[in-house]
Design a protein around this ligand. Structure first.
Ligand SMILES: Nc1nc2c(ncn2[C@@H]2O[C@H](COP(=O)(O)OP(=O)(O)OP(=O)(O)O)[C@@H](O)[C@H]2O)c(=O)[nH]1
Length: 372
């Protein structure tokens, strides 16, 4: 009798142990699949070689992989350097509403002074603190991962959950810290790649785009205007008697004049326009959605801006009077029957010929190419 009871208890024990083992095994499978998902995500992050691709992985793929309501990336870009590069490389910031730019680092009240600034901060969402990182969605709990490279804060990856228990102050942060480290390295890498691309498309003397960029961009814009039937214009701008500046005051002063003229032209343009140094003392401006009349008006404004006041240069007591001649050509309506490359060449040629006429007619003036 006694042994029957013992064996019943043993069987019950055994069944309970089996059930516990089953649970543990199931948990191990779940953990294994979480680890595999995380590793696959790490590989995606590391594999992204371009800015656009990395941002997609962080902002679109990540919420799904980690079951989060939102993920945002905020970059610290006080001098607009990153935004300028992205704009020049035609990476539309508006494409990514969860990509944000901050003028400076966020000031978190230091509730724990022993904690290094670069540690992730987990806890309930506080609007006054986390608001700038979540402008479109108010989560309940958040993890803010500072992205730091070589002691420099690049920005924050901010994870938002609709559940209070998801990110609590006491949660172990090893995994999140590792994620922040990988994300920071990947981010620095793609920003540097885009910087290199940008350098290859920039004129080192004036800081405006170079000829390669402007030719490439012009072809894209011509194709776009052919598709949308939108207007497109270009200006050829040439500093008058520039040789005299070099001859009289030296090459260095000539370079100063080039820089100043580039800055004066740029001041008159919209963000969507493009300015490039085409060669020597010649600049090209691409005006999107600008008709012939718009081009004439903008060219006149640029001409007036260039000669509005003298340019201070070394070796001369008085500011030097500088003028420029401008040739303008427009695509209205854009010719759809010819390839974009051909139309681009024709537009450049027309603007160049108009510039020649402006020089012939006495310089410091704008001439329009005959209608397209
Ligand atoms: N300082 C400097 N001068 C340059 C640079 N590139 C070209 N130049 C000079 O630009 C001058 C161009 O002179 P020209 O084409 O004869 O024309 P211009 O004197 O401007 O006369 P017009 O165009 O007819 O009004 C030459 O003296 C070139 O040496 C540069 O990067 N820096």
């Amino acid at each position: 009798m006694r042994s029957a009871i013992d064996s019943e208890a043993l069987i019950a024990d055994n069944e309970q142990l089996r059930a516990e083992l089953q649970d543990l095994l199931q948990q191990a499978h779940i953990n294994q699949s979480i680890i595999e998902r995380h590793q696959a995500f790490d590989l995606k992050l590391i594999g992204a070689s371009e800015f656009r691709e990395l941002i997609e992985v962080m902002l679109t793929v990540m919420p799904g992989v980690f079951s989060l309501e939102t993920v945002t990336l905020s970059l610290i870009d006080g001098d607009y350097a990153i935004q300028r590069i992205l704009r020049d490389l035609q990476i539309g910031i508006n494409e990514f509403p969860k990509l944000l730019f901050l003028k400076q680092a966020l000031a978190f009240p230091d509730d724990d002074l022993t904690r290094a600034d670069e540690k992730p901060r987990l806890g309930p969402y506080v609007a006054a603190l986390h608001g700038p990182l979540f402008p479109h969605y108010e989560p309940v709990s958040v993890a803010v991962l500072p992205l730091v490279r070589q002691h420099r804060l690049l920005g924050y990856l901010a994870l938002g959950s609709a559940y209070g228990e998801r990110f609590t102050r006491s949660l172990a942060t090893d995994f999140i810290e590792r994620l922040a480290t990988i994300a920071a390295v990947c981010l620095e890498n793609v920003i540097n790649n885009e910087r290199l691309k940008h350098i290859g498309l920039t004129d080192p003397l004036t800081g405006v785009n170079n000829r390669r960029y402007i030719e490439q961009r012009m072809q894209e814009e011509v194709a776009r205007s052919q598709r949308d039937r939108s207007a497109l214009s270009c200006l050829f701008i040439d500093i008058d008697h520039f040789k005299r500046v070099n001859d009289q005051f030296g090459h260095q002063s000539g370079d100063d004049v080039l820089r100043e003229v580039a800055a004066r032209i740029k001041k008159e343009l919209r963000l969507s326009d493009a300015l490039g140094r085409f060669g020597g003392e010649e600049f090209v401006v691409l005006l999107t959605h600008a008709t012939r009349e718009d081009a004439a008006r903008i060219a006149e404004r640029i001409r007036a801006g260039v000669c509005s006041r003298g340019v201070m240069i070394e070796g001369s007591r008085d500011p030097l009077k500088i003028t420029a001649s401008i040739g303008a050509a427009a695509l209205t309506p854009p010719d759809r029957s010819r390839p974009a490359a051909e139309v681009k060449q024709a537009m450049l040629k027309a603007a160049d010929q108009a510039l020649y006429q402006a020089k012939e007619a006495g310089r410091n003036r704008v001439m329009l190419a005959a209608g397209d």
